[in-house]
Design a protein around this ligand. Structure first.
Ligand SMILES: Cc1cc2nc3c(=O)[nH]c(=O)nc-3n(C[C@H](O)[C@H](O)[C@H](O)COP(=O)(O)OP(=O)(O)OC[C@H]3O[C@@H](n4cnc5c(N)ncnc54)[C@H](O)[C@@H]3O)c2cc1C
Length: 490
């Protein structure tokens, strides 16, 4: 008889764990509280428009360990079309001055030097750092399965990228840009505003640009929903059992061994192994009652900053609108949308590059901004509805400002707030990618096992500062690799 693995959560991490579990001869069951799988990686339909909530760029569209996983889980198949945008975003200040972030570092270098010839040496240094960031190759096995030789090999293979890690692993973007000290006012203004006051890791920024440079972080046509549908189809076709609309209340532990999960409807699902791919905080503090915490976990959940939640206002527009760039960021610090004073500004995204998002001759556009959880956590009933109405009014005004006359063509509007995200996925404080990658945590990850608890593994975005789809999927695979090792099969 195959051993049974119960996986809590049917997001990308849970589906990945399920696929690798089935491939390796386990009987798996994914228990998902929502009526559809996907978690944060999702989209919804309104009046024939598809409003996507997640996928903008997927690391691993071309090569590397993430790419292998995308292939093995059917996220990328030969028929999936991948788009590599030339421009990541075009940023505008309030006076309309603009600044482009190209995905090709060579192109970007030329552009920056055109703007600021006086900063040529500094620009070249920054772009050289980014090219080194592109050399960084990630491990394909979990830390528990790596040997000293694996680390030595990595150092020999990419010495320049390792130096970059050592140099900038504990620096924030703010420190990094301040140290570069651009003379040109336009450059220093936009770089200073790119990540605002927050401690966002310089290394994460350099690596991101490196991935774009190698065309290894593209967009999958169709977006989040078809991507998750392909994973789900892969999982069920391998014989996996997907239980939807069932919430896990707690993990049953006997003699410090996870033996089953108890569902909110009173049923119990027994298991040889339990993997939680659900929200990290609720797994540790609710489903396990805070009984199996390590010092590292307490430090992370107690002190590491979280991603600020977002509000997404999606528009179905009954005409074709082409914009030059897929994403435009408008700096508008201190201005308000609804009750949220903006920390940096807002973005406007036009999905015109993906014909599957809207009926022919129509367009999907999205306004998105950050809104702290504190503003939402106690907002209920009428106050919540009033806030949504104000957001709608303010967002329509924003669209009208940038595209005069558009209001008459708005055919559908949908507002997803941080509360929407929490309601459907349980994500802690609406932090849609978990812990923010900072100068203090970027080189750290949280262990997949808990001290003193046997037959239990954690996976998903909460183990890795920065979150995102690739580490979520990879950790699902890693959980199965650790189980194979425990069963002396790996
Ligand atoms: C607006 C937005 C844009 C993003 N853009 C990108 C991007 O471009 N590229 C990228 O790589 N990443 C992006 N991300 C991040 C990415 O979506 C997440 O990091 C990733 O989907 C996390 O996957 P996960 O499986 O770890 O967690 P989740 O997606 O949170 O899945 C957890 C699952 O567990 C379920 N669950 C929770 N509690 C229970 C319970 N008690 N019982 C049963 N089920 C439970 C939830 O319903 C959910 O389905 C974006 C996210 C958002 C919101």
């Amino acid at each position: 008889m195959n051993k049974k693995v119960v996986i809590i959560g049917g997001g990308v991490a849970g589906l990945s764990a399920g696929i690798y579990g089935q491939k390796n001869g386990y009987d798996t069951e994914v228990v998902e509280m929502h009526t559809v799988p996907g978690g944060q990686c999702t989209a919804w339909e309104r009046k024939g428009y598809r409003f996507d909530y997640c996928l903008h760029w997927l690391v691993g569209t071309a090569r590397g360990p993430f790419h292998d996983i995308w292939r093995e889980t059917d996220v990328i198949t030969d028929s999936v079309k991948i788009i590599d945008h030339d421009v990541h975003t075009k940023i505008f200040d309030e006076e309309g001055n603009s600044f482009i972030l190209y995905t090709n570092i060579d192109r970007w270098e030329r552009y920056l030097i055109e703007i600021a010839p006086e900063d040529t040496a500094t620009i070249k240094k920054m772009c050289a750092d980014m090219r080194k960031g592109a050399l960084l190759e990630l491990f394909s096995d979990p830390p528990e399965l790596r040997s000293v030789l694996d680390y030595i090999r990595a150092i020999c293979k990419m010495p320049r990228a390792i130096m970059l890690m050592m140099r900038y692993g504990n620096k924030s973007c703010r420190d990094y840009f301040q140290k570069l000290n651009f003379k040109n006012k336009r450059l220093s203004f936009f770089f200073d505003n790119l990540y605002g006051e927050r401690d966002f890791s310089a290394l994460a920024f350099l690596m991101m640009l490196g991935w774009f440079y190698h065309k290894n972080a593209g967009y999958l046509v169709g977006g989040s929903l078809p991507m998750v549908e392909r994973m789900t189809e892969k999982y069920t076709s391998l014989g996996g059992k997907l239980t939807l609309g069932k919430k896990v209340k707690n993990i049953i532990v006997e003699d410090d061994t996870a033996t089953a999960v108890a569902l909110a409807d009173g049923t119990v699902s027994k298991a040889d192994y339990v993997i939680s791919a659900a929200d990290g905080h609720s797994t540790l503090y609710t489903m396990l009652g805070g009984n199996y915490l390590s010092g590292q976990i307490e430090e992370a959940y107690g002190t590491w900053p979280l991603f600020t939640p977002i509000v997404q206002v999606s528009f179905g527009i009954d005409m074709e609108i082409k914009t030059e760039y897929p994403v435009q960021t408008h700096l508008a610090k201190g201005r308000k949308i609804g009750g949220t004073p903006l920390d940096m500004g807002y973005t406007i995204m036009n999905y015109c590059f993906d014909p599957t998002m809207a009926p022919a001759g129509k367009t999907v556009m999205v306004v998105r901004y950050e809104s702290p959880w504190e503003l939402w956590k106690d907002l209920e009933g009428e106050a919540y509805e009033t806030e949504k109405k104000q957001i709608e009014k303010d967002s329509v005004a924003i669209m009208e400002k940038h595209l005069p006359g558009i209001t008459a063509h708005i055919d559908a509007i949908d507002i997803a707030t941080p509360k929407t995200d929490v309601r459907y996925t349980g994500v802690w404080k609406g932090a849609y990618e978990g812990f923010m990658p900072t100068s203090k945590n970027i080189t750290k990850s949280i262990k997949m096992t808990l001290p003193g608890l046997k037959n239990f593994y954690m996976c998903g975005q909460w183990l890795f500062p920065g979150g995102g789809l690739p580490p979520a999927a990879q950790s699902g695979k890693w959980a199965i690799q650790l189980i194979l090792k425990q069963d002396k099969r790996g």
